[in-house]
Design a protein around this ligand. Structure first.
Ligand code: ATP
Ligand code: MG
Length: 579
């Protein structure tokens, strides 16, 4: 994992601007106008005091009118920008963050995604995105107002001599350094607090997602107790942090009092010696007070930012350092020829230290139906995940029609693949959207109805709005078997060259299964098919059946060959039909 220096972090933090230059430019201008407001007051106070000390009533009136006019115009400008929508509240950075990171997520190595878990990934993405885009806008605004005021102070001090500028600068650097040192001390508390927050979110996700489990075991009070423990630790940390913050504030206010003293005595002497007018003195003192409030604002912002940076860094760290599926976009374009798949000396592990496959080799004939059977946990799903490029082998090769999977772009490969996973899911959207998600051609007349019939999906017509019915989390819930049939229909519509089905009919009754199997046999003609099944009847027509056990192929042949052989397959078949 690469570690960023502070400068790199700052640059990265602001790099978001380059994706949305126009909006950020407008935002800068807006922040400039807002930031200049205190300066207007300061300048006018100085002018008014000047007129008073001169006892020039005419100048005083002129200045007051001008003051009112400027304040009024300023507010009017503000009103108009709002009224005509010229205002940019916060530049639209969310879209850019999602754009960057959802793309990364889609191409992310699935082994790592499964290891971390979707709940945690959601927390990292949403916290990080929110903090980044909010604090970027905030830092532009606060930074701008501080910048304007500081520039003015530099100008004033500089016009009295460079030494005063240097003096002022040293005070500023000193105060910022104190702040940073004290703040770093608080850092470990923040890290722990963010950790607790995330753990608590995971626990809550677990409760929400395992409602039925918890209901049956009456575990809710013990789960809530865990939340309470987190809360207790959180309170302790909050107390420690609040003590730290008090010290921080005391140091700062002491420091401000001292600098006010230095400031007033320095410039007071100028007034006495006649080097400075009283009006300049009042002006510069009011600027000190404004600067003081700007700095306090900035301190609050800085403290918040460093707190929030933990979430932002987590976002960067996760999305930019997690490995991606190799060559999703890059690599040679895949060309399907006959669909021969050679697996050579493959080694794969989900976790370090425990290999699922070790030096595994297997040839799968193109244009034929190959079945994988074998007991649960024998590695069938892992094998097809590897073949479909969904996970990446530690070593060894998967070669399809002479092209190494590691050399080709997965994107081009996926054009020719239809992979029905063991737990097919539907997404929030209409039935039609779900069905046609994988294809971007126009459907032929009657094509959809034909596929719906073949995949035994006529239940769709009985849904509230037929094909337009909303399904998924927000809509009608489908049964396990209905989801499977829909997934089969999707593959039929896509009609890819290589078809991989992980227990496509496991949730279906025998009658539907038989009907679909017949329809699928039509789809399979001239295709390279790998099908996993527990019910052996489903795969009895396969050209080759591989029987797996402990991540190894123990037997292979046709249904008849294997029965004749009288080995594991024959035994399994006997158990399944023996009643
Ligand atoms: N995401 C994962 N993380 C860690 N280990 C996993 C993961 N998925 C599977 N395994 C392990 O890999 C081995 C092979 O699992 P796999 O899912 O390939 O078996 P399978 O033959 O498909 O089983 P089933 O018939 O139950 O679907 C098992 O020991 C399993 O515990
Ligand atoms: Mg499986």
């Amino acid at each position: 994992m690469q570690k960023l220096t502070s400068i790199q972090k700052i640059l990265k933090f602001f790099s978001l601007i380059k994706y949305n230059k126009k909006d950020y430019f407008l935002y800068f201008i807006q922040a400039f106008i807002r930031g200049a407001q205190p300066l207007i007051h300061v300048i006018f106070i100085e002018k008014i005091v000047f007129a008073i000390t001169k006892q020039d009533i005419f100048l005083l009136e002129k200045t007051l009118y001008l003051y009112i006019f400027i304040i009024f115009s300023y507010e009017l400008l503000w009103f108009l920008t709002r009224k005509f929508g010229w205002v940019i509240t916060i530049p639209e950075a969310d879209k850019n963050i999602y754009d960057m990171y959802l793309n990364k997520f889609i191409q992310m190595n699935n082994t790592e995604v499964e290891k971390i878990g979707i709940g945690k990934i959601i927390a990292i993405l949403e916290n990080g995105r929110f903090r980044w885009s909010e604090s970027l806008a905030d830092s532009i605004e606060k930074g701008m107002s501080l910048f304007i005021l500081l520039s003015y102070v530099f100008y004033i001090t500089f016009s009295h001599g460079i030494y005063y500028t240097i003096g002022f600068l040293s005070l500023l650097v000193l105060s910022v350094s104190i702040l940073v040192v004290v703040n770093n001390y608080q850092f470990r508390y923040r890290r722990r607090r963010s950790e607790i927050r995330n753990n608590r979110l995971r626990l809550i996700t677990k409760i929400l997602m395992s409602k039925n489990e918890i209901l049956q075991t009456d575990r809710i009070s013990s789960e809530i107790e865990k939340i309470e423990n987190y809360s207790k630790e959180m309170s302790q940390i909050n107390l420690d942090m609040s003590n730290g913050r008090t010290i921080q504030n005391k140091i700062m206010s002491f420091f401000i009092s001292i600098s006010l003293f230095v400031f007033v005595s320095f410039f007071g002497r100028f007034v006495v010696s006649g080097d400075m007018t009283l009006s300049q003195f009042v002006g510069i003192t009011s600027i000190f007070l404004v600067i003081n409030s700007a700095i306090s604002n900035f301190i609050v912002f800085y403290l918040n930012l460093t707190k929030e940076f933990i979430d932002i860094e987590k976002l960067w760290d996760f999305f930019e350092n997690t490995s991606t599926l190799q060559g999703y976009d890059e690599g040679k374009k895949f060309k399907y020829k006959s669909g021969n798949i050679e697996i050579k000396n493959l080694t794969y592990s989900y976790y370090e230290g425990k290999n699922v496959f070790e030096n595994f080799s297997l040839d799968i004939a193109g244009g034929k139906i190959t079945a994988l059977v074998g007991n649960s946990g024998s590695g069938k799903t892992t094998l097809v995940k590897l073949i479909s490029g969904y996970i990446k082998a530690n070593s060894g090769d998967i070669i399809i029609d002479g092209q190494k999977l590691s050399d080709i772009s997965l994107k081009s490969y996926y054009n020719d693949i239809g992979y029905l996973t063991q737990e097919p899911s539907v997404f929030d959207g209409s039935v039609l959207e779900n069905l046609t998600y994988a294809i971007d051609r126009k459907l032929k007349d009657g094509e959809l109805d034909e596929v719906i019939k073949q995949a035994n999906c006529e239940f769709i017509y009985d849904l509230q709005d037929s094909l337009e019915t909303q399904i998924g989390e927000k809509g009608v819930r489908l049964s396990g078997g209905q989801k499977q049939r829909l997934a089969i229909a999707k593959i039929m519509l896509k009609n890819p060259k290589i078809i991989i089905l992980d227990e496509p009919t496991s949730a279906l009754d025998s009658f539907s299964e038989e009907q679909i199997t017949k329809a699928m046999n039509n789809l399979f003609i001239g295709r390279t098919v790998i099908v996993i099944a527990h019910r052996l009847q489903t795969v009895r027509h396969a050209d080759t059946i591989f029987v797996m056990e402990d991540s190894q192929v123990k037997e292979s042949g046709t249904h008849e060959d294997l029965i004749k052989k009288g080995g594991i397959y024959a035994k399994m078949l006997e158990l399944q039909s023996g009643f």
